[in-house]
Design a protein around this ligand. Sequence first.
Ligand SMILES: Nc1ncnc2c1ncn2[C@@H]1O[C@H](COP(=O)(O)OP(=O)(O)OP(=O)(O)O)[C@@H](O)[C@H]1O
Ligand SMILES: [Mg+2]
Length: 254
Amino acid sequence: MARLQVRNAEKWFQRETGQPFKVLDGLSFEVREGCVTVLVGPSGCGKSTVLNAIVGLERLDRGELVFFNHDGQSQQRPLIGYVFQGPRLLPWKTVGDNVRLALRGAGVAREKWEDRVQRYLALVGLEEYVTQYPLYLSGGQRQRVGLARALAIESDLVLMDEPFASVDELTARQLRETTRRLCEQLHRTVLFVTHNLPEAAYMSDFVVALTARPACVEACIDNPLPCPRRWGPEIYRFAADLEAKLSLREEAEI
Ligand SMILES: Nc1ncnc2c1ncn2[C@@H]1O[C@H](COP(=O)(O)OP(=O)(O)OP(=O)(O)O)[C@@H](O)[C@H]1O
Ligand SMILES: [Mg+2]
């Protein structure tokens, strides 16, 4: 069942000269309940723009976003968790307080905060860091806090924008493993952006591939790999299949 349908999304931006250019060109796809949908596409094609429109930071020029509740009824934009490319933690707040801030922002009742902070930091393996400041954490640990913060609000939908792009490959693999496992365990509905095809192969239940800018959907592909996912040769085989199906090109010339 769909939790979100993006219907004929069109978005224009302006260059410094004032000249408009099209970024999204009639984009349509859906995000299924309890699944990880991975959006892949070349750099600059408009992936972050799609996420920003979903979370309400950008407005579409045409088309619509339709959100659905668990009963399949359309609804207003629900609470949405967002994991950014960098952890974006407040350095003067402890790890616990960074999560508490998100809980407050999401309107979670104060009596639930401590339980959520403990539970979600434990799920990402950081239960001992509640009172620590972000400065004393590694890049991968900070990204784990970002993940805990996005999951702790227990939103209907979680957006992840290249969340592991700024850490080394081995750390990224551990983070992918944690994220994928938690999404399966907690049955979260996730829209995950990447242009890393092995990452797309590992993380996805469903892949939506975009063309270069202006972006439209090039292909929608179900991931045939079994769950729970294991990092192995089959990941690279599916990534190669994806590559063969897609025309991932460099950003269009301006
Ligand atoms: N607020 C803005 N004003 C003008 N142009 C913008 C704005 N935001 C994004 N763009 C342009 O829109 C295009 C799409 O940007 P976007 O950040 O969505 O790409 P992306 O697919 O996320 O790229 P990457 O993979 O590199 O993160 C780019 O050409 C970018 O320069
Ligand atoms: Mg982006």
